[in-house]
Design a protein around this ligand. Structure first.
Ligand code: NAP
Length: 326
């Protein structure tokens, strides 16, 4: 068992920002990275809307810079998955990973959300063989091929536009006749001659031969008509679900599983804070996640300081409207 001051669960923009702040406040900080250091942003290509990068930045590069910045102040990345936590006894909290157990005075939960699955026949079977949730990772394998993108939100359109760099055609299949994506992305997608749309349609099955996708079965939800559509690749962008199951009900969530926090990023467990997409199902931006990670870290630092009479975070102590009371 290893004792640390702060364990950050998750390594997306929220987690890496939180770690930067706690490490810089001289608190020993371990970041349990999960499967993908950088989280969702590391699987995103062009990030145009993160301030400070006037020409945009690639997602993996942004994640890399955030990691290095947190490490500069001493944060330690642990490339592992959290398997279990024990928050029932209060601080110090137990956080178990596949290989290690940590005892942390404070925990910051930034474990994010995972891409949704369709749960249709063929989806699991052809994952990595034509079915993908990451255009940045897999787009290259579909050079000159016919690709479908499922979904009608910002992710679907943004990734479809990116996939036109590789694919011969990109067909967006959406279950309604109105897109959820922003007007800016709709305008760009409509103007792209490689992109076409199939509306009011769901995918019922993914089929293939020789271990590769070769078609999908479509159903028009208005007419009920079922048809087969030839394609080489299926990219699924139908939203995200919060990764809160690992907490086993020990921190309060809403009905959809998003961790609930007060306006100081504190969960129902004193000393456990949360930020980013594990909590935020509204803004879901890298910059808002980073902001929430910062706020959660400041509150963690302040909570530890108050508890130990150390006044670690002078700025908060000196700012009455931000001081925690009660
Ligand atoms: P989203 O906004 O929740 O959209 C999910 C899309 O998938 C919707 O069109 C939805 O259809 C469809 N869908 C959901 N479940 C489905 C199912 N079982 N079968 C078929 N279709 C299904 O998710 P997102 O596009 O991943 O975006 C998530 C958040 O990130 C949003 O807040 C978005 O604004 C943000 N984001 C922003 C950017 C950007 O700023 N450039 C880029 C990516 C994401 P309905 O429309 O019928 O519900």
């Amino acid at each position: 068992m290893r004792k640390v001051r702060v364990v950050v669960i998750g390594s997306g923009p929220a987690g890496l920002t939180a770690a930067l702040y706690t490490a810089r406040a001289q608190l020993s900080t371990v970041v349990i990275t999960g499967m993908q250091l950088g989280g969702q942003i590391a699987t995103t290509h062009d990030v145009d809307n993160f301030p400070g990068f006037p020409d945009g930045v690639q997602g993996p590069e942004l994640a890399d810079k955030m990691q290095k910045q947190a490490e500069r102040f001493g944060a330690e990345m642990v490339y592992d998955l959290v398997t279990e936590v024990d928050f029932t006894q209060g601080s110090p909290f137990t956080v178990k990973t596949q290989n290690e157990t940590f005892l942390a005075d404070s925990v910051i939960v930034t474990i994010g959300a995972s891409p949704r699955r369709l749960w249709i026949p063929g989806e699991a079977e052809f994952t990595g063989r034509g079915v993908s949730w990451c255009a940045t990772c897999d787009g290259f394998f579909f050079r000159g091929k016919d690709i479908v993108v499922i979904g009608g939100g910002d992710s679907a359109l943004q990734e479809a536009i990116f996939l036109t760099k590789f694919g011969k055609t990109v067909t967006i299949i959406h279950r309604r006749d109105t897109l959820r994506a922003s007007m800016a992305l709709q305008t760009r997608a409509f103007a792209n001659e490689k992109i076409s749309f199939i509306y009011d349609t769901v995918v019922e099955e993914i089929k293939g031969a020789d271990n590769l996708v070769n078609s999908i079965v479509l159903k028009n939800v208005k007419t009920g008509a079922v048809s087969e559509f030839k394609t080489d690749g299926v990219f699924i962008f139908i939203g995200y679900d919060p990764n809160s199951s690992v907490f086993g009900g020990q921190i309060d969530t809403d009905a959809a599983g998003y961790v609930m926090v007060n306006d100081r990023m504190q969960t129902n467990v004193e000393g456990v804070f949360a930020g980013g997409e594990i909590h935020d199902d509204v803004f879901r931006q890298a910059i808002t996640a980073a902001g929430e990670g910062c706020a959660a870290a400041l509150m963690s630092i302040n909570w530890l300081g108050e508890r130990e009479g150390l006044g670690l975070l002078q700025t908060l102590d000196e700012t009455p409207e931000l001081a925690i009371t009660g």
